[in-house]
Design a protein around this ligand. Structure first.
Ligand code: PLP
Length: 409
């Protein structure tokens, strides 16, 4: 008789955004005339940059001609033209990442989950709380134990390593795998170089591996802030980085990202031998992944051209202006918040001590604005709320006017 993976039974019954969608659908059914403004799910709304569309069309045409048609890509790691472009992009902000350490994928979410395949199930995993739910779920699914680093008001939602370790089942432990995300989803906080260096030093001291999620690096405007963990000396021996074109270039529906596993990164096997994590990762991908489509990779290559970068930054600036409008509203309402600068997310404290699902219901029912309750991202998210700047400008302005009105009652 078939047995299920019992670990799945330990997961929250519904992924956060499914629960939100259910509530929104019920609201729409009972308020058919309401003009709903969605600032919940972090999806982009602007169309792809013209250079990206042109590159995708050209590649589609090539696929229709015998001489230029492409089937399976040899390695499945990504075409050299794109891996070279990503390597050049890293170089532009001071990170030395050779193309051989880069693999192209269908977005960062897949690899956030897939990477754990190369690590033993007895590793202890650290996740900052609150966090992007995929880090927690992927590890619960494989039965790993988790510890949490508190991100809260006391550290401006940027948890730093605790040198004494973390309590797991009543015992102090040092985690083996550490998930970090900067700029952070959901809190919008960004690690400084010094803060990230503290995590790198912690990982080096305790033989841990950092899985660094840089999905929002393109939103960093302050040149002093790190956009890649590889801007930190010594990181290559302890860190894997995941990044994505979803938010950088509006690829949420196109699907393309990249993961870096440095050649320098090793782990110790049970017989004491040093194993290259890059080799394990390539082996895993060789068996389970056949690469990203040619037209998508050509589209991604176009993002990293001078014209592509210029065009995607016009879109990013549009979202940054929305973030400014939201942040300005919070300031005017004297609501404590993080993010909004160097990040497309604004993370604010629910007024009057409300819990975050109660505030979600209030916003939905009273002003037809959808946000994301902080509690969905972990225990420290309770009492906090996330809004995204990925909507359109008029809706963002209108939503903030409605919020001001609601809170001035
Ligand atoms: N990482 C973080 C922190 C995210 O917020 C998201 C998407 O919202 C992703 C990764 C995954 O993005 P994608 O799979 O579209 O690349």
């Amino acid at each position: 008789m078939v047995k299920v993976n019992e670990n799945y039974l330990k997961l929250e019954k519904n992924y956060l955004f499914i629960r939100i969608a259910e509530k929104v659908n019920a609201f729409k059914a009972s308020h058919p005339d309401a003009t709903l403004i969605r600032m919940g799910i972090g999806d982009v709304t602007l169309p792809l940059a013209p250079v990206v569309v042109d590159a995708m069309k050209k590649a589609a045409d090539e696929m229709g001609v015998k001489e230029t048609f492409r089937g399976y890509e040899d390695s499945g790691a990504g075409y050299d033209f794109l891996r070279q472009a990503v390597s050049g992009y890293y170089k532009s902000f001071g990170a030395d990442v050779p193309m051989d350490d880069i693999r192209i994928n269908d977005g960062a979410k897949s690899d956030c989950g897939n990477l754990v395949d190369i690590f033993g199930d007895d590793n202890i995993v650290l996740v900052t709380d609150p966090a992007y739910p995929v880090y927690v779920d992927s590890n619960l699914m494989s039965g790993r134990k988790l510890v949490y680093a508190d991100s809260d008001e006391s550290n401006n939602f940027a948890a730093l390593p605790c040198e004494e370790g973390y309590v797991l089942d009543g015992v102090m432990v040092h985690p083996d795998i550490i998930y970090l995300c900067s700029p952070n989803n959901p809190t919008g906080s960004v690690y400084t170089k010094e803060q990230l260096a503290a995590w790198v030093a912690y990982a080096r001291a305790h033989g841990s591996v950092i899985l660094f999620d840089a999905a929002y690096e393109a939103f960093i405007t302050d040149a002093a802030l790190p956009r890649s963990i590889y801007q930190i000396p010594g990181a290559k021996e302890v860190a894997i980085e995941m990044c994505s074109l979803s938010k950088t270039a509006g690829f949420t529906g196109v699907r393309c990202g990249y993961t870096v596993v440095p050649s320098e990164l090793t782990a110790t096997a049970s017989d004491g031998t040093q194993v290259s994590l890059k080799q394990l990762w390539n082996r895993r991908e060789g068996s389970k992944f056949n690469g990203v489509s040619y037209p998508v990779q050509r589209a991604a290559e176009a993002v990293f051209t001078d014209e592509g970068l210029k065009q995607i930054h016009e879109n990013i600036r549009y979202y940054q202006e929305n973030a400014r409008v939201i942040a300005e509203t919070m300031t005017a309402l004297e609501i404590p918040f993080t993010g909004g600068i160097n990040s497309p997310y604004i993370w604010f404290k629910c007024p009057d001590g409300m819990d975050s699902w109660a505030f979600f219901d209030k916003m939905l029912n009273e002003i037809a604005v959808v946000g994301t309750p902080g509690a969905g991202f972990g225990k420290n998210g309770e009492g906090w709320f996330r809004l995204t700047a990925f909507g359109d400008k008029e809706n963002t302005i209108e939503a903030m006017a409605r919020l001001r009105k609601m809170l001035s009652k």
